[in-house]
Design a protein around this ligand. Structure first.
Ligand code: HEM
Length: 161
C-alpha cells in the first residue's frame, strides 16, 4: 500500500466559474472557505489532503475543508465539505459529506478517466475533467442538468514511501 503525506498535498477545484460569478456578482451572495480550505488568487479552492490510499489502479483520497456558497437569503446554499475522491483509469467521483450525517456522502461530480504523472516530489493529476453527477442536480437548484461540465480538478500528492 502506498500512502501520501499531508504536507503540500491538496485538491484544487474551482467548482464552476459561472457559479462563482453568479453567486458573487449577480446574486450578491457570499462564498466562504473554512476548515483549512483556502481560495487562491486565481479563484481556485484548495483542500488539504487528509489521507490517500492506493487500491489497485485507483486512488482513494480524503481532503479537509469547506467552501460554502450562500445567496438569495439562504435559498441558494451549496456546501462542499471534506471532499472525497476516487480516481483511476476508468474515471472516478468527487463526493461531499452531508451535514448532520457524517457517514453519508453525496456524489457531486463524475471524473473523467485520468492518468497521473510521477515526479520526484510525488504524483500529480494536472487536470481531470468533471461533469455534474445526477445526485447533485438538486444541490445547484436544478439549474444545471446532469452531465454539465464543471471546473476541472487538480490533485497533487507528495509521497512519503
Ligand atoms: C430569488 C430567487 C432567484 C432568482 C431571482 C434567481 C435568478 C437567477 C438568474 C437571473 C440567473 C441567470 C444569471 C445569468 O447567467 O445571467 C440565475 C442563474 C442561476 N441560479 Fe438563480 N435565482 C434564484 C434562486 C436560485 C436558487 C435558490 C438557486 C440554487 C440553489 C439558484 C441557482 C442558480 C444557478 C446555479 C444559476 C446558474 C449560474 C451560472 O452558472 O451561470 N438560483 N438565477
Amino acid at each position: 500500500m502506498t500512502t501520501a503525506t499531508a504536507t503540500e498535498s491538496a485538491l484544487r477545484w474551482a467548482v464552476r466559474d459561472s457559479l462563482i460569478r453568479y453567486v458573487t456578482v449577480i446574486a450578491k451572495g457570499t462564498h466562504t472557505v473554512s476548515g483549512g480550505a483556502v481560495e487562491g488568487d486565481d479563484g481556485v479552492f484548495s483542500f488539504p489532503l487528509l489521507r490517500a490510499v492506493r487500491e489497485g489502479a485507483d486512488w482513494r483520497m480524503s481532503f479537509s475543508g469547506s467552501v460554502h456558497f450562500l445567496a438569495h437569503n439562504g435559498l441558494l446554499d451549496v456546501l462542499v465539505t471534506d471532499p472525497e475522491i476516487v480516481i483511476g483509469p476508468d474515471g472516478g467521483v468527487l463526493a461531499t459529506h452531508i451535514v448532520g450525517d457524517p457517514d453519508e456522502l453525496l456524489a457531486v461530480v463524475a471524473l473523467e478517466p485520468a492518468a497521473h504523472s510521477e515526479t520526484e516530489a510525488g504524483l500529480v493529476w494536472p487536470e481531470i475533467g468533471t461533469q455534474l453527477a445526477a445526485s447533485a442536480v438538486d444541490l445547484f437548484g436544478t439549474v444545471y442538468a446532469a452531465g454539465t461540465p464543471m471546473a476541472p480538478i487538480g490533485i497533487r500528492l507528495t509521497l512519503d514511501s
